[in-house]
Write a protein that binds this ligand. Structure first.
Ligand code: SAM
Length: 347
């Protein structure tokens, strides 16, 4: 029957007949996603602890460690008693400060001051005692790896320092260098200024310039989880300002959301919402969306162009060169999420 229909000369009749016999077409929909977004192995970040944490650990006495052993008996064994040597070394300072082993704060030279709940801070609890030891170590390692380990002649800014989580550690480990910290959250900066001596803190504006800093005043700057929030406009304007305040040959470390972050959030929040991000990132190299309520901002800091940003290494490199070179790229280095870049000011 089909054959005879096909032989009919009037095409429309043929088409109608074919539609009648043919199976219903399946409604169009997305093809199955070709791979699991959550699966992405993270680049190893190198052995920790390193010289920063080591500096503090080496200041602990045998008596401090004996007392710490006693205190930690009352806590889950995986935290201390059963932990491997590297973890014990990494956490010894934090636990000694948190459990207030007498005299440790002074001996080690690391303040135990903790910002109160209402002051912006990125971490709290025992593993945040003393500040961001791990992040400080990572920054120090990154600078060392590009031949720019911080020394006495350096002036280094923590751009977006909040209440000083990271700069407090670097300043305590390397007090001979000059350390500065700025953030638009004036309360966080005021708390840091009051509780963390030896660091030059100042509240920064939402747009460049940084009036406190003359051209080429800094040998370096770093910004943890700052360019991961800037829309394209502020991202590029602040890179321009960093180029003004960092002298030629100096370094800027930034962390950003990239492909590793897509995998990180897919593991945490499920695959579905991440697909659009992944595709936009592949297509455009950059993606931004607002996440902070207009009336609240980010802990009260209300700025346009401050939300969630994702970028690829190609996108960044194309925009920073030739003023900067990318001296180091560590994908997923920040907790398997954000990428770390060290940019060197070339001209
Ligand atoms: C994710 S936190 C990171 C804080 C700090 N770098 C750390 O790692 O502990 C982001 C910081 O950026 C600051 N911030 C908010 N809006 C900003 C803006 N428009 N420009 C620069 N920093 C901003 C916030 O106040 C906050 O301290």
């Amino acid at each position: 029957m089909l054959e005879s229909l096909w032989r009919r000369p009037r095409g429309r009749t043929v088409a109608r007949a074919v539609r009648r016999i043919a199976p219903e077409p399946t409604p169009p929909g997305p093809p199955p996603y070709p791979f699991d977004l959550a699966e992405r192995s993270v680049t190893p970040v190198g052995a920790l602890p390193g010289p920063v944490i080591g500096t503090f650990v080496d200041r602990l006495t045998a008596d401090d460690l004996r007392r710490l052993d006693e205190v930690m008996q009352g806590h889950p064994p995986e935290l201390w008693t059963d932990a491997d040597e590297q973890s014990r070394r990494a956490h010894a300072i934090q636990f000694a400060l948190w459990f207030e082993i007498p005299g440790v704060e002074e001996r080690v030279g690391l303040s135990n001051a903790q910002p109160p709940e209402h002051i912006h801070h990125m971490a709290s609890g025992p593993l945040a005692a003393g500040g961001g030891l791990l992040q400080a170590e990572q920054l120090h390692t990154a600078l060392t790896d590009v031949g720019a380990a911080p020394g006495p002649d350096d002036a280094i800014l923590d751009f977006g320092c909040s209440s000083g989580r990271v700069v407090r550690v670097l300043a305590a480990a390397l007090p001979e260098a000059r350390w500065l910290g700025c953030d638009p959250n004036a309360d966080a900066v005021a708390w840091a200024d009051e509780h963390l001596p030896g660091i030059e803190f100042f509240a920064s504006p939402l747009e460049p310039p940084l009036p406190e800093l003359a051209d080429g005043k800094l040998t370096g700057a770093y910004a943890i989880s700052i360019w991961s929030h800037f829309d394209e406009g502020p991202a590029l304007r602040w890179l321009g300002e960093m180029r003004r305040v960092i002298r030629p040959g100096g370094h800027l470390i930034i962390t950003t959301h990239g492909i590793h972050s897509v995998a990180y959030y897919a593991r945490r929040d499920g695959e579905e919402p991440q697909r659009a991000i992944f595709e936009a990132l592949y297509r455009d190299g950059f993606l931004y969306f607002d996440v902070f309520p207009e009336d609240e901002g980010d802990w009260g800091v209300k700025s346009t162009g401050w939300g969630m940003a994702f970028m690829t290494a190609e996108w960044l490199q194309a925009r920073v060169t030739p003023d900067w070179s990318v001296a180091l790229f560590r994908p997923g280095a920040i907790e398997g999420n954000q990428d770390l870049y060290v940019l060197r000011r070339e001209r």
